[in-house]
Ligand binder design. Structure first.
Ligand SMILES: Cc1cc2nc3c(=O)[nH]c(=O)nc-3n(C[C@H](O)[C@H](O)[C@H](O)COP(=O)(O)OP(=O)(O)OC[C@H]3O[C@@H](n4cnc5c(N)ncnc54)[C@H](O)[C@@H]3O)c2cc1C
Length: 460
């Protein structure tokens, strides 16, 4: 008999989780296991195969489960304490534990109105929107009545460096006129998608490249917008959500739709991506747990005995099971630590911890899924297990919200800033070594001088 999720929380954080959150966590787990996991396959069957239908209908089972989840109070759990009164009011740490459960199932996040990109978009509106913007867009999003997309990436520039964005937002009287092209607009395929949150340049000539960008709220069906196509991910279309390639041709939007004011785009995207990256990482952990569950089930399958032994009798298989367990449990600590750091300060103060989680967990998930696929043999790459689709999703996580390398570069720079202190400490040790060497009459050699010269001292 397995313990409930509340009894499996790492000892390091257990005292940081409220009684209410523990109860809710178990309720989330139960809903995911009893209602969402069995419904995943039905959802996929209800979507069918016809491209047009896939992007114009929402499977009925999803609406039914949304109503059920909401009735049980499992709704908007992601809106962290202090952000918005109607949210679950849990800390990021508490929500991170729940998000892990959601990550087990394809549809669970949406049944509880906790799916990306709406979560990040709702955070933007809750944190940065004014009252009319909240009333018009946040209220129906919180209600689960509409969906939204976040449009930043562009086909013609290296968008991992958001300073490169070319999309034009030009002021004309009481309106902004929008021109340009966006792609990978996740969620834009959904027939319920009513809102695009668009990032572009209002002041391309500003000498400060971080003040050129603004964010504006665009009703999805405004004249001048063309959704050209839906991009596929390793051949999967991710319908009905989808990833749109969209162009804007003189799209006119009222000036009051600008968020926070001109030139505040970077501030907004940083606010959006902080806790959201933890959500992704935690959901990835849930997916990793599911993959490991599927491994355990398969290696104990009595009908599958290659070379006269069941797979769990093979030492090499058990070694990989052990490594997967270590990888998941250690990654969870990294993620929870990042969530706690956000709770104790804010996303800006937790940059290092967020980057660690964002880089680590999708890589771990990819490795575990690769192992799971291998254990299943041919079935692992087929439609008969969820593993192939899970792998495709996991692989994209190393690109979505900024590729690994961007976060590694940021983390590397943060680490490098410690160099001055490190060298100072080593210099002190070296001086003490020299004193001891003189006392004990020992000859020392050393590869490092630990002196700076005016040319070599880095600007840290
Ligand atoms: C499934 C999916 C969903 C997405 N959803 C959205 C969405 O909803 N909204 C949105 O706006 N965007 C979305 N994106 C886009 C995603 O955020 C971008 O693809 C990502 O930021 C990279 O930008 P790019 O594709 O322009 O690649 P580029 O910026 O051209 O980068 C290409 C590669 O260059 C390398 N690179 C970049 N910087 C460095 C560096 N400093 N050091 C070393 N190597 C480096 C990396 O390997 C990187 O993958 C989505 C992408 C995918 C795949």
């Amino acid at each position: 008999m397995e313990l409930p999720a509340s009894a499996r929380i790492p000892a390091l954080v257990i005292d940081k989780v409220s009684k209410r959150a523990l109860e809710q966590l178990d309720q989330v787990e139960k809903f995911v296991q009893d209602r969402c996991l069995p419904a995943d396959v039905i959802y996929s069957k209800q979507l069918g195969r016809d491209h047009k239908v896939r992007f114009s209908t929402v499977p009925k089972i999803l609406d039914d489960l949304k109503a059920e989840a909401r009735q049980q109070g499992l709704w908007n759990l992601f809106l962290a304490k202090g952000h918005y009164a109607e949210g679950g009011g849990f800390s990021n740490l508490e929500y991170a534990l729940m998000a892990e459960q959601l990550g087990q199932s394809y549809i669970a996040s949406e049944t509880m109105n906790c799916s990306a990109p709406d979560t990040g978009n709702m955070e933007v509106l809750a944190k940065f929107g004014n009252s009319p913007q909240k009333a018009k867009w946040l209220a129906p999003l919180l209600d689960g009545k509409i969906r939204s997309a976040f449009l930043m990436t562009e086909p013609d520039v290296a968008s991992s460096d958001a300073r490169n964005i070319k999309f034009q937002i030009s002021k004309e009287g009481n309106e902004y006129v929008l021109n340009g092209s966006k792609w990978w607009s996740s969620g834009a395929g959904d027939p319920r998608c009513e809102l695009y949150i668009v990032m572009g340049k209002t002041d391309a000539e500003n000498p400060n490249p971080y003040q050129q960008q603004s964010v504006i709220l665009v009703p999805a069906r405004t004249p001048g917008i063309t959704v050209h196509r839906m991009l596929s991910v390793f051949g999967y279309d991710d319908a009905p959500h989808g990833h749109g390639h969209i162009s804007f041709d003189n799209v006119r939007i009222p000036a009051e739709n600008i968020v926070l004011g001109e030139g505040r785009g970077f501030e907004i995207i940083q606010g959006r991506l902080g806790p959201g990256r933890i959500h992704h990482a935690m959901r990835c952990l849930g997916a990793a747990e599911r993959a490991l569950d599927l491994v355990l089930a398969r290696i104990h399958e009595p009908t599958k005995k290659p070379f006269g032994k069941m797979l769990h009798e093979q030492g090499s298989v058990l070694e990989k099971v052990a490594q997967a367990r270590i990888d998941i449990d250690s990654s969870r600590l990294i993620v929870l630590n990042a969530a706690l750091k956000i709770d104790n300060g804010n996303a800006k103060l937790a940059l290092k911890e967020i980057a660690e989680a964002k880089i680590l967990v999708p890589n771990i998930l990819g490795r575990i899924l690769d192992f799971a696929i291998q254990v299943y043999g041919g079935a692992g790459v087929s439609q008969d297990t969820p593993l192939a689709y899970m792998w495709a999703n996991a692989r994209t996580m190393r690109i979505v919200d900024g590729p690994d390398e961007v976060h590694q570069a940021q983390l590397g720079r943060l680490e490098a800033r410690r160099a001055e202190g490190v060298r100072e400490r080593l210099r002190k040790i070296k001086a003490l070594e020299a004193t001891l060497a003189a006392q004990y009459k020992v000859q020392l050699t050393d590869a490092l001088s630990l002196e700076w010269t005016s040319e070599t001292k880095p600007k840290l």
